[in-house]
Design a protein. Structure first.
Length: 486
């Protein structure tokens, strides 16, 4: 699906194609976190260990990290309808397989297939949005995308908690299946193609390097434990080495052929800054999503459902404010939103360093809402600024790189906070501290590190421009000359 298009709509309404893709993306992304509360049930029903059961989430994240880098190439080679049909068809197949899985191995395969479809949807949505929405309306429309990227992961544990109260874990897939089927049917009836596909062979060596590099990096980060640091560290280093080879391969292909992931997106300073801000902010968000449930369930003894209900208002506020923030961006630009938002993220994480066994729940709720609203104020403008700074033919590659970095940041955020928390609490217990006190102190330190990292978000927010000027789409001759000379 080529990004080039000149007949963009000029109305103030969100294009129907974007509404359909947002709905489909919300449906598939919901499944990334929907299995978090089901781990104990899987251990009992399928007779697997906790470590094995965790793979239903780890494998999903791994598959996303391995496939997303390929979507930049893929979306330029197929029509919008074909990309949508393939993504939703694969997702439906994985959901059906997971629902009827007789063994854990089959369930794991179903989750991997699910993730394969999910990996295509977000880059497809972002690329289509940047192509069909006029620049003056992008903030407003990008705000609607926040519903998919923020509310869906936040609602996953809540929905799973409600379902698991009354039914088997299989119903987590049984209930999603008809919803995804109806969304797919409506999409195929109403979705129109955007742009024209391009031709070009895929470089399978790059595909292999991408899968091994990004998949290995995410896997290594997800395996970090205080009593076993060496093996995950070796896997992470190996993954990074393969990613370096992948980047070198893409730079070479840019001179002679068609790269799988075009590195020229990083030539844009605005995009590079936006990418850094998004990665660190996403790391902080995922770190808090891990730490807060651990605190509420392990130390405050709340049930998974109660925990989900407590964090749900923040997720809903983040998503529902998205359109409003988008309209403010269209009117005033990015800095008036991103800078206060980044400061709010740091302030909320700093507030979480004061958690205790008696901290009022209203205070926790307020801090979580502040964090989510601040992230919303940053995410919508940064998405728009970053991708808007790229030429149209690089939209798909820019959104693919952004999606890949999100998965890596999610894995790094999880590994970082869990390792810091565990190391600190283990050291305190060894010194004779009470286990509960030690665990609490470990969480405080992990939140403090997250707050310190949030300072990077503030710096990047200050460096970002108020608006991005989208480069003009080069004609075919200019594109060839650039390709040869780059």
């Amino acid at each position: 699906m080529s990004a080039a298009r000149t007949d963009r709509p000029t109305g103030r309404r969100t294009p129907p194609v974007i509404r359909l893709l947002v709905l489909a993306t919300f449906t598939v992304i919901l499944n990334e976190t929907i299995m978090i509360n089901a781990i104990p049930r899987l251990m009992s029903d399928l007779h697997v260990s906790e470590r094995s059961a965790q793979w239903v989430s780890t494998a999903f994240m791994l598959t996303m990290a391995a496939i997303i880098p390929v979507t930049g190439w893929f979306l330029q080679r197929v029509t919008t309808r074909r990309a949508y049909a393939i993504a939703m068809g694969v997702f439906l197949a994985g959901t059906a397989l997971s629902a009827v899985a007789p063994t854990f191995e089959v369930l794991l395969l179903g989750r991997i297939v699910q993730a394969g479809g999910t990996a295509v949807m977000m880059p497809l949505l972002m690329t289509t949005l940047m192509t069909v929405v006029p620049e003056q309306d992008r903030g407003r429309v990008m705000g609607n995308v926040t519903l998919a990227i923020s509310v869906a992961p936040a609602m996953g544990p809540v929905i799973s908690g409600l379902v698991l109260q009354i039914a088997s874990w299989r119903w987590l897939f049984v209930l999603v299946l008809p919803i995804a089927g109806i969304v797919t049917w409506f999409g195929l009836r109403q979705l129109e193609n955007v742009g024209e596909p391009e031709t070009g062979a895929i470089d399978w060596f790059s595909v292999a390097l991408s899968a091994l590099g990004f998949g290995g990096l995410v896997y290594g980060l997800s395996r970090f434990e205080t009593h076993n640091v060496a093996t995950p560290a070796v896997i992470v280093v190996a993954g990074l080495a393969v990613i370096v080879l992948f980047v070198l391969r893409q730079l070479r292909l840019q001179r002679t052929s068609v790269p799988l992931l075009d590195m020229r997106v990083l030539r844009s300073g605005t995009y590079a800054k936006a990418l850094t801000l998004m990665a660190v902010a996403f790391l902080a968000m995922l770190g808090s999503m891990i730490l807060l449930p651990l605190y509420l369930q392990n130390l405050r003894e709340l049930s998974p459902l109660q925990t989900g209900l407590l964090v749900m208002p923040g997720g809903l506020a983040m998503g529902l404010l998205g359109p409003t923030i988008g309209r403010l961006y269209d009117r005033f630009g990015g800095r008036v939103l991103v800078i206060p938002g980044s400061i709010g993220v740091a302030a909320a994480l700093a507030g979480f360093t004061q958690i205790s066994l008696t901290m009022p729940y209203w205070a926790l709720l307020a801090l979580h809402i502040l964090l989510m609203v601040s992230l919303a104020a940053a995410f919508t403008p940064v998405f728009t600024l970053g991708l808007g700074a790229l030429p149209a033919h690089l939209y798909s590659h820019g959104s693919s790189m952004l999606g890949t970095l999100q998965q890596v940041a999610a894995a790094l955020g999880t590994a970082l906070v869990v390792t810091i928390m565990s190391a600190r609490s283990t050291a305190l217990v060894a010194d004779g501290a009470d286990p509960v006190t030690a665990h609490l102190d470990g969480m405080k330190l992990a939140f403090a590190v997250s707050a310190a990292l949030a300072l990077i978000v503030i710096v990047m927010a200050i460096l970002l421009p108020n608006r991005s000027t989208s480069p003009e789409q080069p004609d075919e001759a200019e594109s060839e000359a650039e390709l040869i000379n780059s």
